[in-house]
Design a protein around this ligand. Structure first.
Ligand SMILES: [Zn+2]
Length: 264
């Protein structure tokens, strides 16, 4: 399947619930220079946001009953993003994040009055009590744990069939990132880790995470999985790797980093 990389500033990200509007052909691409009006779609709301660096993010939200224009379809966002390429993935994720945050902050959580976009910063302000809501961002850690040349990989029931990945979990109030790394690994597979090192980060708009990648080393304990969270986990040497995520995700990048170090 061919993926088109285009000028992301021209692209309209049009969402119907959690699906995104794409052309209905064998090439997955997004509407460019075609705003909802030209496409004959009436959005519930839309925004065109220009950033100082020159980036422009355009999104629209349509009702659940909206039919796609001829030659187009609404497709599951995660599936589309997997083949969109890194740049489109980032702009589409940003568009979804703002769309989703806006629709969840139409009314004030304190007094129930309507909210509106701030004119001076990226926030929503209550028209009655001045309560301010900033975009929700949920930090989560994702960790590549190594033991004697093997990598810890687990399988969530939510993954596509056969897929394994490094373990991840949300940061809880009051935790440092290092606390979260230790707690998540302990909770999910009952092992202790140390030598925790920061690797890198990636916005992950499903729906509003920020993934913070770490590497760590096994310290003690044998794998015993929490069956509520994962259905299988184990230590894998590069030769016996199962199916893993693409390098579009930080999970894939962490695994790639492990493999590269093993070869050197
Ligand atoms: Zn209010």
């Amino acid at each position: 399947m061919e993926t088109k990389t285009r000028n992301t500033c021209l692209i309209w990200h049009i969402f119907r619930e959690d699906d995104i509007l794409i052309y209905d052909d064998d090439q997955i691409h997004l509407p460019e220079e075609k705003n909802p009006e030209i496409l004959g779609i009436e959005p519930i709301r839309f925004r065109e946001t220009a950033y100082p660096e020159g980036e422009v993010i355009k999104w629209a939200e349509v009702t659940a009953e909206t039919e796609p224009p001829e030659g187009m379809k609404f497709a599951p966002r995660r599936k589309v993003l997997e083949v969109l390429g890194e740049e489109n993935f980032a702009s589409s994720g940003k568009a979804y994040h703002f769309m989703d945050w806006t629709r969840k902050n139409l009314f004030c959580g304190r007094c129930g009055s309507p909210m509106k976009d701030s004119e001076v910063e990226r926030s929503r302000i209550c028209t009655h009590c001045d309560h301010v809501e900033y975009p929700t961002i949920s930090p989560a850690v994702i960790v590549a744990v190594e033991k004697e040349g093997k990598l810890l990989l687990g399988r969530s029931p939510r993954f596509p069939k056969g897929r394994y990945s490094v373990l991840a979990g949300f940061v809880e109030p009051g935790e440092s990132l290092e606390d979260t790394v230790k707690r998540e690994i302990r909770e999910e597979v009952s092992i202790e880790v140390d030598d925790i090192e920061y690797f890198g980060s990636q916005p992950w708009p499903f729906p509003h995470s920020l993934m913070l990648g770490f590497t760590a080393k096994w310290k003690s304990g044998a794998i015993r999985i929490d069956e509520k969270e994962i259905e299988d986990a184990g230590w894998f040497s590069p030769e016996e790797f199962p199916e893993i995520p693409t390098t579009l995700s930080i999970a894939g990048k962490l695994i790639g980093h492990f493999l590269k170090n093993r070869k050197n």
